[in-house]
Design a protein around this ligand. Structure first.
Ligand SMILES: C/C(=C\CNc1ncnc2c1ncn2[C@@H]1O[C@H](COP(=O)(O)O)[C@@H](O)[C@H]1O)CO
Length: 263
């Protein structure tokens, strides 16, 4: 082939057009079907992006038809039979009786307690599990469970598919979830979202520290403290959520219409 003819040759590959010497020797289909090379590419970032995307798509698909829901966070380590575990059961029960689905991280401890209360009260009990380096199954009180690979995708699901956060006593994981929720509300990223801390003795120290250190140093503004409500009473947890949803509905459409769970 003459140099001139070679330069006139063209190949389209999806949105790309190749000409002359740039034309690859093989087509995309040939590279897909013909060759079996090393598999390191499944551990590369472009591949991970696809996996993340599929996890988001799957999560949206599975959860988008869930009824109004409340996410409940709390320690993975608190044992059945303890007062905090019983408090978690009561909270799950009241959320279910109020007509909301109860969504937890699907693990043991306070997550299990809330799922147990919700299931025993006949509510929808949901677990958004997370793949961890050690073996772990979803707790046995879950009616609908999804296990995620990525913490941040799972967090998105909690926020997108629940209408309130309830935070029971817990450690780092729980604090992370609490402060993520507080930041989203503080920055108006979510606008219809009560956050309720359960356990005044447990959370009282944090509230005092926030007032004395954060507020007094001007690191948060006075109204920010009102974003977090605190109680010991499972009935009040639900009252706070229902009232917040009613207030939001009034703000948005001038009536209480659309507030609370679909019955
Ligand atoms: C440590 C143990 C199990 C861990 N299993 C978990 N399963 C599901 N979700 C979890 C788990 N651990 C943490 N989370 C999430 O963070 C919150 C609890 O964290 P904390 O540090 O225990 O407070 C919880 O709300 C979950 O969303 C032992 O069996």
């Amino acid at each position: 082939m003459t140099e001139e003819a070679k330069h006139k040759q063209t190949r389209s590959a999806g949105p790309l057009t190749y000409r002359g010497d740039s034309i690859p020797r093989t087509t995309t289909d040939q590279r897909l079907l013909d060759r079996r090379g090393p598999s390191d590419w499944v551990h590369t970032d472009p591949w991970r992006v696809l996996r993340i995307q599929s996890e988001v798509v799957e999560g949206f698909g599975l959860l988008s038809e869930m009824p109004s829901a409340v996410s409940v966070f709390g320690s993975a380590r608190i044992q059945p039979g303890t007062p905090y575990y019983e408090l978690g059961v009561q909270v799950g029960r009241k959320i279910a009786e109020a007509g909301y689905a109860t969504v937890t991280g699907g693990g043991p401890g306070m997550m299990e307690a809330a799922n147990k209360g919700a299931q025993e009260a006949g509510g929808l009990s949901v677990g958004l599990g997370i793949e961890l380096p050690f073996e772990q199954n979803l707790n046995p009180y879950i009616d609908m469970g999804v296990t995620f690979r990525y913490f941040f995708v799972r967090k998105l699901m909690f926020v997108k598919y629940s209408q309130a956060f309830v935070v029971l006593p817990g450690g780092f994981g729980t604090l992370d979830e609490l402060f993520e929720a507080a930041t989203l509300v503080q920055t108006d990223k979510v606008t219809r979202f009560p956050v309720v801390l359960v356990g005044t003795e447990f959370w009282g120290g944090l509230e005092k520290w926030a007032r004395e250190s954060l507020l007094e140093n001007g690191l948060i503004k006075p109204g920010d403290m009102d974003l977090l409500r605190m109680t010991d009473d499972p009935d009040e947890v639900v009252e706070i959520i229902k009232k917040a949803h009613l207030d939001i509905a009034h703000r948005e459409n001038g009536s209480g219409e659309g507030a609370g769970p679909e019955q």
